[in-house]
Design a binder for this molecule. Sequence first.
Ligand SMILES: Nc1ncnc2c1ncn2[C@@H]1O[C@H](COP(=O)(O)OP(=O)(O)OP(=O)(O)O)[C@@H](O)[C@H]1O
Ligand SMILES: [Mg+2]
Length: 387
Amino acid sequence: MFGFRFGPPKFSLGVDIGSSALKYVMLKKGKTGPEVVAAGIESYPEGVFVDGIMQDPNAISQMIKNIKKEQNLKFEQVFTSIASQNTILRFLPLPEMEDEELKHAIEGEAEQYVPYPLETVNLNFARLAKVEQDGTTRLLCLLAVAQKEQVESIVGIFRSVGVKQLDALDIDSLAIINSLEKFMKRKSGPDDVVAEEGDEPMGTMSGVGSSPDIGDDEVVAIVCIGARSTIINVLKGHVLRFSRNVQISGNNITEVIRSVYKFTFSEAETTKIEKSVASVQGEVDQEFLDVVHTTIEEIAGEIRRSFDYFKAQHREPLIHRVILTGGTAKIKDIDKLLSSELSVEVVLGDPSVGILRALPNEDSFIENLQQYSVAIGLALRGVEAND
Ligand SMILES: Nc1ncnc2c1ncn2[C@@H]1O[C@H](COP(=O)(O)OP(=O)(O)OP(=O)(O)O)[C@@H](O)[C@H]1O
Ligand SMILES: [Mg+2]
């Protein structure tokens, strides 16, 4: 096959290989902003992920090939991520220096933070911000470490579907922040996105937290509750200061349902989702909710421990607000429950602020917005990079 593309890329695809489902979002650069033109959530065949570990990359390649064909996906720019549970993130306050020097300084320090031989890992770093520390100005850098084997396995999946080079291999915890930047920064008031005819800006949908209008010094936690892990990011003044991953999440809720009702895991998973939809529609099964809530309280306990650690380490008295995302954010009233457990305001994040929509399966996209956070954050990299 022979093909040309004239001019800059128009499409950007974000693929989130989560442990319970693959999520994809394709954005098109529109005249008035990015427009979502394809999106979906696909479950894996049995055995592809076992205990959160990818066992069958070939099956994932096949899935991506099928989706590409069915949805007419364009591989002009492709972004994916590695799970934060497979990476190490470290915050390093360093003296201000040039990029090349910084690279050497970070590589020099890396050994003490990496529990594997350095030749088996990929290192990456980013400048976060200038910070005041004990009376001196330091450059806060983020060091990201991933094992080469993990990176290779993801790169291999995309190579086998025809993507010679990924535009970026991100980390899911960082993609989440990217997806919520506009939500956090948007001031209250009319939407700043002007839709093309027939399109609707997506920032004002019901069921999604109203824009939080975050102040410059505010300490905000972005909490993403997925299937296997819960990501806890804390930002101060819009700069990431703390990131942690705890291994309790939606699967634990399913596991408790399985054991109480003597179901198989997949029966418990279906029941969890059906009942959460039913309770949104008003048919409440109180006994069932109590079972679910016990596990949410445990998740809250882990989040609280991370918050306490952050507060002690950074001498911050408070977390002002929590923005909730991830598939498990769909459980009815989880925001209220977490809010009362953590004694802090919890709002559902809307990763679609500023994005127009042109989708055949619009209702399902809106219903599952939080589950699309990582994929949206990834795809946005492509439309932002060329602005
Ligand atoms: N309507 C719903 N009610 C309750 N839970 C839901 C609902 N929809 C999805 N979930 C749960 O959300 C989780 C999947 O979320 P998500 O796709 O964010 O996780 P993942 O990316 O696959 O996992 P991880 O990032 O931990 O590897 C599953 O545990 C699923 O049961
Ligand atoms: Mg995930």
